[in-house]
Design a protein around this ligand. Sequence first.
Ligand code: NAP
Ligand code: 8YV
Length: 314
Amino acid sequence: MTRPTVLIPAPMHPSVLDGCAERFEVLRLWEAPDREALLDERGKDVRAIAVGSHARIDGPLLDRLPNVGIVANFGVGYDSIDVDAATERGVVVTNSPGVLDDEVADTALALLLMTVRELGRAERYLRAGRWEAEGHYPLTPATVTGRRLGILGLGRIGEAIAQRAETFRMTVGYHNRSEKDVPYRYYPTLLEMARDVDTLVVVVPGNAATRHLVDAEVLEALGPDGVLVNIGRGSVVDETALIEALRSRTIHAAGLDVYEEEPHVPQELIDLDNTVLLPHVGSGSEPTRRAMGRLVLGNLDTWFAEGRALTPVN
Ligand code: NAP
Ligand code: 8YV
């Protein structure tokens, strides 16, 4: 029996590459000497796409793959996929929700602790021999216990962050488009929440509706004790406004895992001493990435066996 053909546009976790190779005929587009020729010659054979590394999947690409039925994304965020274009062409898009919530929430809390308690800087101080030469690292002006946390995007990951924040004795509020049945204060607007909290954690999806939701006005409302953590998507925060707010101490500090133009990180953010910058590692452990990979393979298996997907988004 011939095996279905799956297109993989960009490198993915080895567990997905190996799993696909066991099940399907795989076209590894990024390794093709002539990608256009591969798409021209084999496009009509492709029945599924497995995609990671935030590779762009759009209408013009889908038009070259007339028999594709499913795009299985490695990641819960699917902002690199034009879902409307997929839906118009009858293509199902899937993501990998749920299996990474704890990892990403842990990273968000780590980022908050590192930012408020300056732990990265303190470690660099020790490694540079300055403890012995100059004495104790300066006391941090702020502390984590008792902070007033506002979560922009109380979804799966947001709730895992809220649970952790409670154990740090923070008060928790949130802003979503709709109120949830949770024991946290709901703010109908982001601005109202920013005025009321001193810590803003961003964990909404990146899309046209969330683009630059965190702008100069929101940062001003967060205020001089304010700490911003972005573990969601870079596009949600106006990076130019953030740099200015950090430089002028309109807010106290920021801890970031995601950026507007990844992997580019503006030099201004790197030069500032009130930033903690991680290279999009929120879900980046082997166990969690393997769990995400199993969901990608599970979606493909279920699609080919039963004509349905496990975690469709359209
Ligand atoms: P989720 O369960 O769908 O939660 C998203 C939340 O955002 C929902 O509660 C939703 O509530 C709210 N929301 C959506 N659009 C909004 C808007 N325009 N204004 C205000 N609130 C809005 O998603 P999740 O699994 O928690 O993941 C969230 C995002 O985290 C992903 O999309 C991804 O971009 C990011 N992420 C990053 C990493 C990393 O490595 N840094 C890892 C995983 C995920 P309403 O629908 O009521 O508005
Ligand atoms: C990964 C993520 O960095 O799930 C997401 O939305 O941002 C992260 O888990 C990514 O998707 C893997 O390429």
